[in-house]
Design a protein around this ligand. Structure first.
Ligand code: G3I
Length: 374
């Protein structure tokens, strides 16, 4: 027969159990999205719709862990536009339907970019028809999903200081055809097509405290200011966040000040494509995964101090599928191993990066959540 004191001691010990369970359980209130939501954040991932349609474990992982998704490729020009007079929304519709069935938000990616341009457009576009091509595309795609999209990456990666334009913008096909006004046209048309979506400018290479990223941040801020001065509709900035476990330069004041400046412009901020390259980490899986988790922790510790940051999406959920395996530098540096950049492993099990993300969500200030599409 237990004494009263022993009984109470056991009860107290049992009370600790949930916290012990909590670190191993990853579902329900222990999922990424549950921990994110407690801080006013959305937690999401890029989705490969072909895998979504063919792999139940993948579908279940997405539904369990995330409350915002984005098509990795299936809403880009090349996927939607097999021919000048043809749209193919099959895959995009499947993603939107999956999201709505699972009460998830959808990010649209993207309406104007220098990549994923179909060959028929490259060969037929002129300075005279470019505006029509761009506005027709944005109106057709935007209207189809009007009210269902949390935020559109209206223009992706417009900055490229290496192209030596005074404004630091990329000399892309759209720039060559329409000049910098292509951005104004794209954002105004997107607002016309879907007044509900948060119109986002999305870019990469703004994360580190080195000259290249500093130059890119300067060009992005100048672009945002120009768009706002021209009263171009703009609601948010996407920071892609393709980072490195062994970076050449630190992540710090440059990024923190950049995010604060964007907030002062009245814009929301989304971490849109987070992943961590481990190409520069030698050693076994355990060592690599710990280095990757540390990179997630350090990065999110910094960016989530910024209250304007409302969503964190990784560019993929699990190591079965990452664009990083196709990057030439990866093939050169690590030809005999697959990258491990994401929160879940190839068996859809949580890695140290998952727990690092979840703990980061718990330790950052709560913020006012972004408006949701439905
Ligand atoms: O669908 C075709 C297939 O029919 C063909 O057989 C195959 C072989 O050529 O190519 C397939 O298309 C590929 C597509 O991914 C779908 O898998 C393209 O070649 C390939 O270039 C494309 O890569 C994507 C890349 O963007 C370019 O669109 C990556 O998966 C995707 O992760 C990457 O994502 C970008 C973001 O959109 C913007 N930010 C950077 C990020 C990484 O580059």
């Amino acid at each position: 027969m237990l004494s009263r004191r022993s009984f109470l001691t056991n009860v107290a010990a049992a009370a600790l159990l949930p916290s012990a369970l909590e670190t191993t359980s990853i579902t329900g209130s222990n999922s990424l999205k549950a921990h994110a939501e407690r801080r006013g954040l959305l937690a999401g991932t890029a989705v490969d719709v072909h895998i979504l349609n063919t792999n139940a474990a993948y579908r279940n992982l997405l539904a369990e862990q995330y409350d915002i998704v984005v098509a990795e490729n299936q809403m880009k020009w090349k996927a939607l536009r097999p021919a000048a007079d043809k749209f193919d929304f099959t895959a995009a519709d499947q993603l939107v339907a999956f999201a709505r069935e699972n009460h998830m938000q959808v990010r649209g990616h993207n309406l104007a970019w220098h990549q994923s341009i179909p060959d028929w457009l490259t060969s037929s576009i002129t300075k005279d028809n470019a505006r029509q091509f761009l506005t027709d595309h944005i109106l057709t795609v935007g209207r189809r999903y009007a009210g269902k999209i949390h935020s559109w990456d209206v223009v992706n990666e417009a900055v490229q200081p290496k192209d030596n334009r005074p404004d630091g913008l990329r000399n892309s096909l759209w720039m060559q055809m329409l000049g910098p006004e292509y951005l104004d046209i794209a954002f105004r048309t997107a607002r016309q097509a879907d007044p509900h979506a948060r119109l986002t400018y999305n870019d990469y290479g703004v994360e580190y405290d080195g000259k290249e990223d500093t130059d890119r941040r300067t060009a992005v801020l100048a672009l945002l200011r120009r768009l706002q001065a021209a009263k171009v509709p703009l609601d948010a900035v996407g920071i892609q966040s393709h980072i490195n476990a062994r970076p050449k330069n630190p992540i710090g004041k440059g990024l923190a000040d950049f995010l604060a400046e964007i907030r002062r412009m009245g814009l929301e901020i989304y971490i849109t494509e987070l992943d961590v390259s481990d190409d520069d980490i030698e050693g076994g899986i355990e060592e690599r995964d710990q280095a990757i988790a540390a990179a997630y922790r350090n990065y999110l510790d910094l960016v989530l101090q910024e209250p304007a940051v409302k969503a964190v999406l990784t560019w993929g959920s699990d190591d079965n599928h990452t664009w990083l395996n196709d990057v030439p530098t990866h093939k050169k540096k690590q030809p005999n191993r697959a990258a491990r950049p994401l929160p879940f492993d190839t068996n859809y099990q949580p890695k140290p990066a998952f727990f690092a993300m979840r703990e980061d969500f718990d330790h950052v200030p709560r913020r006012k959540a972004t408006k949701t599409a439905h």
